[in-house]
Design a protein around this ligand. Structure first.
Ligand code: HEM
Length: 451
């Protein structure tokens, strides 16, 4: 058995300070200095950073039944996600996953693409030529509109649009909790806990309002059958005893889908446009493809396979700025990884941010090169050298949905113009729950023919 190496930390907190102050830098340095399996200590928790595709496959696929979602994170966010699909485990998770899976099948996806394109076109119609916009705000609004309409058939209102702000407030507090060796329970009325619970209550109120509206709707029958969206599937579900989901269960799944379903996709759009704005050559190729395929008409599901460069741009954006920059698990039993022992109870981190920039798998890993995803080259990559959506049983349920949304939104914008940043300055990523930009990304949209 190999003694697993790792960075020295302080006596009491171990590596917690570096971990919480600069997770991306800390993980990157740890991988470079200590290799494929690195031992860390976060206050009283033993953790490992795993930096090899084969080991990641062991954790997520081959021996996934030996792991659960790691308590280091999930115990700190119960009030927000409850038993929603991202957080639940075991038989309950399996049942809920099966229930929701049908809302993501091919037939549904084709219908969703119409909403994605209509919302992207509506966003462009709002943008005046040359007007200054914050990309994060714009794309959050767009993806939230899409999620509301697709999953809940809900028209966006002021209250639901406030969801994004409430989520940001909750995320800020959650990240502070991760820095604490032993966060106080939610019921202790600290200023931070109050801010967190206020944000959770706002999210909850918005989601309960959507559910109540649907229940009141004279269309409720029709929704369940003809238009069956995700909320319809949840409302129609019955357990073996014929009981429907409780309000709390509905709330947990609805909040999870709304947050998981819009925030990551918005960030993928933000970072991909940021990269493109700094690479006019790539932007030109993207535009030529979008114009060549779409001409003057809106995109549709049938175009998805005809936009390979757009897809490559999206994949490369997700490589360099993976919105889910770290995935964590907790070992339920001892696991061996190439001579290293991961003891029961230890946390395992796998970082798309680190793997996606590993020079063993990517030539010039820091460079934005969409071409690396064209032709046969990607087939030579080990499966878990690239995993923006995770993998195995708990792979992102919205994986195909998100890729379709990203390609269609990119093509819709590129067909009609270009996004220019107002500054050449590099924007640092800020790892909250997802990988956000550390500051607003101000940009102008210039319509084709006028700029
Ligand atoms: C670019 C966009 C997205 C990225 C990068 C992303 C990333 C991920 C990752 C890495 C996981 C696995 C986490 C883990 O194993 O611990 C995950 C799970 C999940 N994602 Fe996504 N996601 C995206 C879009 C979406 C969308 C659009 C939806 C909803 C429609 C969604 C819903 C979920 C849910 C519910 C889970 C939990 C699945 C389970 O545990 O069974 N995600 N996502």
């Amino acid at each position: 058995m190999t003694a697993t190496p790792g960075p020295k930390g302080s006596l009491l907190l171990g590596n917690l300070r570096e971990f919480s102050q600069d997770m991306l830098g800390f993980f990157t340095r740890s991988a470079r200095d200590y290799g494929d399996v690195v031992r860390l200590r976060l206050a009283d928790r033993t953790a490992f950073l795993v930096n090899h595709p084969a080991h990641i496959e062991t954790v997520l696929v081959r021996q996934h039944e030996r792991f659960i979602k790691h308590r280091f994170f999930w115990s700190r966010v119960r009030a927000l996600f409850g038993q929603g699909l991202v957080a639940s485990e075991g038989a309950y998770w399996r049942q809920q996953r099966l229930l929701m899976q049908s809302s993501f099948n091919r037939e549904h996806l084709a219908r969703y693409t119409q909403i994605m394109v209509a919302e992207a076109e509506a966003t462009l119609a709002r943008w005046r030529d040359g007007e200054l916009r914050d990309l994060h705000e714009e794309f959050t609004r767009l993806t939230l509109h899409i999620a509301l309409r697709v999953f809940f058939s809900a028209e966006p209102t002021q209250r639901t649009l406030g969801l994004a702000r409430a989520f940001t407030a909750a995320a800020e507090e959650i990240i502070l909790r991760l820095r604490m060796p032993m966060p106080l329970p939610d019921w202790v009325p600290t200023a931070g806990n109050r801010r967190y619970l206020d944000a959770v209550r706002q999210l909850e109120a918005a989601v309960y309002a959507i559910i109540a509206e649907r229940r009141r709707s004279p269309d409720v029958r029709r929704f369940k059958t003809e238009r069956s969206d995700l909320l319809g599937a949840l409302l129609a579900a019955r357990d073996e005893a014929g009981r429907p989901l409780s309000d709390r269960q509905l709330r947990d799944e609805a909040i999870t889908m709304l947050l998981a379903g819009h925030e990551t996709t918005a960030l993928a759009l933000v970072w991909t446009w940021y990269l493109l704005a700094r690479d006019p050559g790539a932007a030109q190729v993207l535009e030529a493809e979008a114009r060549g395929v779409l001409g003057g008409r809106p995109a549709g599901a049938a175009d998805l396979d005809a936009l390979p460069y757009t897809r490559a741009v999206v994949q490369e954006g997700l490589r360099l700025y993976p919105p889910a920059y770290t995935i964590g698990r907790e070992a339920r039993a001892e696991v061996r990884l190439d001579g290293h022992s991961i003891p029961k109870g230890a946390t395992v981190f796998m970082s798309p941010w680190v793997m996606h920039r590993d020079p063993r798998y990517y030539e010039e890993p820091e460079a934005f090169r969409p071409e690396r995803w064209l032709g046969d080259a990607p087939a030579g990559l080990p499966r878990f050298a690239y995993f923006p959506f995770g993998g195995g049983a708990r792979v992102c349920i919205g994986n195909t949905f998100a890729l379709s949304e990203l390609v269609l939104v990119m093509a819709t914008i590129a067909r009609q113009g270009r996004i220019y940043l107002t500054s050449d300055r590099a924007i640092a990523p800020r790892p909250l729950i997802t990988l956000r930009p550390a500051e607003p990304i101000n940009a102008r949209f210039i319509l084709r023919g006028s700029g």
